[in-house]
Design a binder for this molecule. Structure first.
Ligand code: PGA
Length: 257
């Protein structure tokens, strides 16, 4: 990663895990372990029900809190949904959007990811927008086409100034929760391709400043190698973010990366 030009960000994606007492316990354990970290932004993206607990537990610390999704409308008859304004008002800073589990199980499309990204930006949140290819798309050699299409659609009508507030997470779908990590070279190849795509859309100067994370079975063992790559500026961590010691090891790898 290139820490001199862009921010290194390690974000945990807790998914549908942890009750409020469990969330508090995990963050209380994590806090002293990472309190000295300066050059790496630490984020915990937690279930909606844990947001208030997480914000209270991390107030005044170097751990930022994110949500795992938001709806694209400001308010209205959308039973069960949460708006970007509701999150921003609480003090939430980040929001994961377009995660492959949302695309796969909840029928989200690039069009709705784009709308959510615009809504999150309008509310002052920092979107972590996820892109990634399916295994058979990789096998059919269309990874770059898939990624370019997602980037173009997910950021449609997003200005350069707005893009600078976004993080992009490259998460190959075949690597998520499977224990199958992309090799560091595979991660670097696609993260570099994402940056080249952004350069075409926004110019090289803007593209150079955007944080691009890798996600998909990143863990305490493989993080250092992945984060040593020029275009891998951080990680979006699922399973390993649920263990304070493993998450801290990944953060330390980013500090040294
Ligand atoms: P994983 O999840 O680290 O458990 O593979 C990553 C993610 O889905 O963000």
């Amino acid at each position: 990663m290139k820490k001199n030009v862009r921010k290194a960000i390690i974000a945990g994606n807790w998914k549908m895990n942890k009750t409020r007492p469990e969330a508090k316990a995990l963050l209380e354990e994590l806090k002293p372990m990472v309190s000295d970290v300066k050059d790496v932004e630490i984020v915990a993206c937690v279930p909606f029900t844990n947001l208030e607990t997480a914000l209270a537990a991390t107030a005044g610390t170097n751990i930022k809190i994110g949500a795992e999704n938001c709806h694209f409308e400001k308010s209205g008859a959308f039973t069960g949904e949460i708006s970007a304004d509701m999150l921003a008002e609480m003090g939430v800073e980040y929001v994961v959007l377009g995660h492959s589990e949302r695309r796969q199980y909840f029928a989200e499309t690039d069009e709705t990811v784009n709308k959510r990204t615009k809504a999150a930006l309008a509310a002052g949140l920092k979107p972590i927008v996820c892109v990634g290819e399916l295994l058979w798309e990789r096998e059919c050699n269309i990874t770059e086409e898939v990624i370019a299409r997602q980037i173009k659609l997910d950021f449609f009508n997003v200005s350069a100034e707005e893009l600078k507030k976004c993080v992009i997470a490259y998460e190959p779908v075949w690597a998520i929760g499977t224990g199958k990590t992309a090799t560091a070279d595979q991660a670097e190849e696609v993260c570099a391709f994402i940056r080249a795509t952004l350069a075409k859309l926004y110019g090289a100067d803007v593209a150079e400043t955007i944080t691009i994370q890798y996600g998909g079975s990143m863990n305490a063992k493989n993080a250092a190698e992945l984060l040593s790559k020029t275009n891998v500026d951080g990680g979006l961590i699922g399973g390993a973010s649920l263990k304070a010691a493993d998450f801290t090891t990944i953060i330390t790898a980013a500090v040294n990366g």
